[in-house]
Design a binder for this molecule. Structure first.
Ligand SMILES: *Cc1c(COP(=O)(O)O)cnc(C)c1O
Length: 383
């Protein structure tokens, strides 16, 4: 019996299980030494000076925007081709979400379109490294330097990816902060989980404080220090902590990141070879081996193919193959229309892309037989 092949899934092996059991038997269950080990591991891997592990990437984005202390009613710019969490982080902080359309080739936010949207109110840009392919950060950085605009990278898809300059995503060489997600469909997992990296000591201290109720016990911050019970609340923070159980899993997963990346890239190579001859299907832009891809998105001309996306997805599902669409352009979501009057037609590249996009299964534990099953099932639909 063939098992179901989803568009993405986690890899958990005996070593992961052993490490989690060790954490369960330790003194800490909530944030403790395992969280620090995980944070150090991410720093070492990415080259960032500081890392703050959090309960998920949505929380990380919320805190990252908050840590910048931007005055309300300012604007932040992000991609319409993303999960709603990227732009919701702006709204949580009472900033107006502004979108800049995507580049038709990379599906990433287009620096030229960002430039058109920059106003005096623009205080932060949140580029999203879609599918794991890094945005043109050099161009984005150039735009912000002239205008004193902050950058927070949404790297939920992109742990393991490398910029053209050879630095790792997460090193923050172009940005104030970078946010990762460790949701099970992403490249490594902690169950729920996320992390924010930064090279800025002040932002690091602020993120740590905001992660845990805005409370500090650090003597250098206290206004008085009457005894060992004492703490002070300096910010309106949250409980966005990661547990030691999750962090133990995260550290074990990081050891496998390079092998995950290699397997993902092998699967993509097989897909590209197999699909290059199909009419009405466009494979993703080639990569020089720098990106650790989270998604494999093909664009299908459903009209010319004579089949709807729904029927294609259903046909694949009947063969136990799961597909997904990344993403419904955020500006077309009812909440965004209601609150900000965005409408269909505002960002034509992201809308055109959305009409044809389909994410096929991509995860390292796919067997060679799984890969061939996906390939033959897709090919059958194109005859
Ligand atoms: C998954 C995802 C998030 C949110 O991550 P969580 O850890 O689930 O909160 C944010 N941005 C993008 C682009 C994502 O894909």
């Amino acid at each position: 019996m063939n098992s179901f092949i989803n568009y993405g899934r986690q890899w958990i092996d005996d070593n992961d299980v052993d490490e989690v059991i060790k954490a369960l038997k330790s003194d800490y269950l909530t944030q403790g030494p395992a969280v620090e080990v995980f944070e150090d591991t991410i720093c070492e891997y990415t080259g960032a000076k500081h890392c703050v592990a959090v309960s998920n990437a949505t929380a990380g984005l919320h805190l990252a925007v908050r840590a910048l202390g931007i005055e309300k009613d300012s604007e932040g710019i992000t991609s319409p081709n993303t999960f709603v969490a990227s732009s919701n982080a702006l709204i949580y902080n009472e900033l107006k979400p502004v979108f800049a359309d995507i580049d038709a080739a990379t599906y990433n936010i287009d620096p030229f379109k960002i430039k058109e949207k920059i106003s005096e109110k623009t205080k932060v840009i949140i580029p999203v490294h879609f599918a794991g392919r890094p945005c043109d950060m050099a161009a984005i950085r150039k735009l912000t330097e002239e205008n004193k605009i902050h950058i927070i990278e949404d790297a939920a898809h992109a742990i393991g990816s490398v910029y053209e300059n050879g630095k790792k995503v997460g090193s923050c060489v172009y940005s104030d902060m970078t946010v990762f997600s460790f949701h099970p469909v992403k490249t490594i997992t902690t169950g729920e989980g996320g992390a924010v990296t930064t090279n800025d000591r002040d932002l690091y201290e602020k993120l740590k404080m905001l992660r845990s109720h805005g409370i500090t016990r650090d003597a250098s911050y206290l206004t008085s220090n009457p005894g060992p019970w004492y703490y002070e609340m300096h910010e309106l923070g949250f409980n966005y902590r990661m547990t030691d159980i999750q962090a133990a899993l995260g550290t074990a997963q990081m050891k496998k990141l390079e092998s995950f990346k290699a397997r993902r890239s092998y699967i993509i190579q097989r897909y590209n070879e197999a699909f290059s001859s199909l009419d009405h299907l466009q494979t993703p832009l080639a990569d020089d081996g720098n990106s650790c891809f989270h998604l494999y998105v093909v664009k299908i001309d459903f009209k010319r193919l004579g089949k709807s996306r729904k029927s294609v997805m259903e046909a694949l599902r009947s063969k136990k193959i799961g597909t997904q669409v990344h993403y419904i352009p955020v500006h077309t979501q009812p909440y965004y229309s209601k609150e900000y009057r965005y409408t269909y037609g505002d960002y034509p590249e992201s809308e055109k892309y959305y009409e044809s996009a389909l994410s096929l299964p991509l995860y390292p534990s796919m067997t060679d037989a799984d890969i061939e099953r996906v390939i033959s099932s897709i090919k059958e639909l194109f005859v």
